[in-house]
Design a protein around this ligand. Sequence first.
Ligand SMILES: [Zn+2]
Length: 298
Amino acid sequence: MDLLLPEYRPQDDAARLAQEASLRASAKLAKRTRARNLAGVHVILDAGHGGGDPGATLGDVQEARYVYDVMMRLEKIIDKKSAATLSLTRDESSVLTTPPYTLDDAIVAVNLRWYLANSIFRHAVKHGLAKEKVVFLSIHADSLHPSLRGAMAYIPGGRYVQGSYEKRGAIYAARAEVRERPKVRHSEEESLEAEGLSRELAESIITAFEEAKLNVHPFNPVRDNVMRDGREWVPAVIRYNMVPTRLLLEVCNLGNRHDRELIKTKKFRQRVAEAIYRGLVDFYTEIEFAAHAALIRR
Ligand SMILES: [Zn+2]
């Protein structure tokens, strides 16, 4: 039974009941806001890995290279078509903290990404932006079983995002974004609200993939945790992130031969970037439509 996702367990299973309760509580707290043409929305874009960290490597395909390209395409679309403000967490070689961090150590690079995102978020809110108008999106590609294809989104399940956390050491202390607020703390309500908002954005993006005839993971494409080898967790880049609406999107599965060939083509990467953009725009306009999509999907 432990190997089954909670939603496939018997109706009176404790883990399933807990997940459904958190689904309802988070949906109730998630108060979405409208933004026509993404006006007033601040989008923080992140691409996974880079520098000394190639990410998933299968054959001649390196995750880091292609997800960076998708991020740059998405940046271009958002910049051209919408009124949103944009921030990137990295360029080709560094995380854009003050001073920048050359992408050497993969774990440090991940931690500096969320420190940077938290700093951008804090400043945006301080200047009067509603917190629901900030979005954090980390773009990756999966390396799952070869039989699986398509996109999957990870959101921060509220039960995994609790308490406080901080990183110490010279690399961190040298950066303004860390010194500004070294310790991150999520209240229970913040965690649940973030789960709800993030789920709705994830559902909106996955729906846009389906409408664009792009593959999505066949089983539960929006997940609130990673489950592998009997362990469950939320990826650090969204786990310690304070932006309420945040997700890690796996645009396809590099473990699958067809997905691997696709991501090598500009056409596919452009279609992916456009679908993410569509999902983002819909999230801020079609508010009733996406609400409770997670429950309806079951
Ligand atoms: Zn990755």
